[in-house]
Design a protein around this ligand. Structure first.
Ligand code: GLN
Length: 502
């Protein structure tokens, strides 16, 4: 059993899809392997809820469809769902105590599409509380451990467990540890790409409006982007096709047809102009990230792309603007958790006291900090000074990209200014934590598609990602260039922990 378990969980989503089609094994057999892998991976704390019975029932239904010749695009593919997506009748916590016990009476559009496509739900993946964080350490359900470890000889033998990144930390850890074939994530300021970079896998943030936000617990509505986390670029293309599409229930959803993203993976990037923005250099950024970035430029050049130096002058203000706009929207979105409609309630003398007690008991420290900042920057007297100014900066950041995309077809930059750090490191210093997002937030402010691809190892032996940012709704170029990068990087390193291996 053990040998066959790791054999099946070694395969990529596209390989599994093709072998299921050839009936080399059944969806049920595959799902049993993934359930065993999920259980073996429990020390990582990647899941808040496991749904093995549901998974088996979904797998059997997929097998029955295949037997009738009615197979669907993702039939029998076992995936993890970030616990920010509402799943009908299945506990949905958003990583918060305040939603403990909440079983939504509805299904998010993205997960509904995935189930319609035949995917199998293994469980709900751990995350930072309300997706606020870069380490998965703010979850009420405990931190997630990165399956990677530093080389034992590095940093004076510091081999503490590492964060998987955040906020989609459980999704990324599960996919990297082969405890799920793919996962859903959401990216408000980097939460798909940064954990993908820290865990050595692929994370794709599509264009704003490409994937419906309906039924996804809101953090910052104008910045939230659902998207896939996978082990290969092809797998991300396959997942996105089933997740994307117009949804009348989300007024910001784009009424555009969904291309067959796999067909964009031609491997041919000759003549593609790739912008290299000198602004994506953080003070103190390790040399290995700079070196990897230069290697990335060379790889793309060798494949026939044309590197072009570009300027994105307002990038340096993006992080500050983000940490005003995101908390502002969060403070408004989180007002609904008042103990009346969802999840936890702590009784008080009157209704006001009940609100106060519920929110004080239900929200963790980081969420409280964001609600306080958000309420402050939206308050009369400070609105113009902070919120309005941040919105203006957002426009300038977006305009930088518009100007750059007149000259180039894609942009190459590092995903994050560091590799994974230890659990507990940075946790007392919110600013240090926020600085982690410097390279990811600009694409959120502008709503542009971006993918993180594992490209090499740090001096400590940890994965580092490079990101490709594209024009709005041009996920195809992002995926095509991303796959060329993936092929050139030949990233076949394995994490210290892979489910089913001892
Ligand atoms: N780390 C960022 C934040 O805390 C981004 C989180 C996210 O993308 N959900 O806001």
């Amino acid at each position: 059993m053990r040998a066959s378990l790791s054999a099946l969980t070694e395969l990529s989503l596209s390989e599994v899809r093709d072998r299921l089609a050839r009936k080399e094994f059944s969806a049920r057999e595959l799902t049993e392997c993934y359930i065993a892998a999920l259980q073996a991976a429990r020390p990582l704390n990647a899941f808040i809820t496991e749904t093995p019975e549901r998974a088996l029932a979904m797998a059997e239904a997929a097998d029955r469809r295949r037997a009738r010749g009615e197979a669907r695009p993702l039939d029998g593919i076992p995936i993890a769902v970030k616990d920010l997506f509402c799943t009908k009748g299945v506990l949905t916590t958003a990583g918060s105590r305040i939603l403990d016990g909440f079983e939504p009476p509805y299904e998010s559009t993205v997960t509904e599409k995935l189930w319609q496509a035949g995917a199998v739900m293994l469980g709900k993946a751990n995350l930072d509380e309300f997706a606020m964080g870069s380490s998965n350490a703010t979850s009420y359900y405990g931190p997630v451990e990165n399956p990677w470890r530093r080389r034992s000889e590095s940093k004076a033998g510091d081999n503490r467990p590492l964060v998987p990144g955040g906020s989609s930390g459980g999704s990324a850890a599960a996919v990297a540890a082969h405890a799920a074939l793919a996962a859903t994530g959401t990216d408000t300021g980097g939460s798909i790409r940064q954990p993908a970079s820290y865990c050595g896998i692929i994370g794709l943030k599509p264009t704003y409006g490409r994937c419906s936000r309906w039924g996804v617990v809101a953090y910052a509505s104008s910045l939230d982007h659902p998207g896939p986390i996978t082990r290969t670029v092809r797998d991300a293309a396959i997942m996105l096709r089933s997740m994307a599409g117009h949804d009348p229930k989300d007024s910001t959803s784009a009424p555009l047809p969904v291309p067959d993203y796999e067909r964009a993976l031609t491997g041919d990037i000759r003549g593609v102009r790739v912008g290299i923005p000198c602004e994506y250099r953080a003070p103190g950024m390790p040399d290995d990230i700079e070196a990897l970035w230069q290697r990335g430029v060379e790889w793309l050049r060798q494949a026939g792309a044309v590197p072009v130096e570009i300027r994105l002058p307002h990038t340096k203000y993006a992080l500050a603007a983000y940490y005003i706009i995101a908390p502002a929207e969060a403070s408004s979105n989180l007002a609904r958790y008042d103990g009346v409609r969802f999840g936890q309630r702590v009784e008080g003398g009157g209704v006001d006291e009940m609100y106060e007690q519920t929110r004080a008991a239900g929200f963790g420290a980081e969420v409280r900090r964001r609600v306080l900042i958000g309420t402050y920057v939206l308050s009369a007297g400070y609105y113009d000074a902070y919120y309005l100014k941040a919105q203006r900066v957002r426009t300038l950041v977006a305009r930088d990209f518009t100007a750059a995309f007149e000259e180039v077809d894609a942009i190459l930059a590092p995903t994050a200014p560091s590799a994974a750090f230890a659990i507990g490191e940075n946790s007392g210093d919110p600013i240090a934590m926020y600085l982690n997002d410097a390279f990811t937030v600009p694409a959120n402010l502008a709503g542009l598609p971006a993918i993180s691809v594992p490209a090499g190892l740090s001096a400590d032996g940890l994965p580092l990602g490079l990101q490709i940012i594209g024009r709005a709704f041009d996920e195809e170029t992002v995926l095509r260039v991303g796959q060329v990068l993936e092929t050139a990087a030949q990233f076949h390193h394995r994490p210290a922990f892979v489910a089913g291996e001892t």
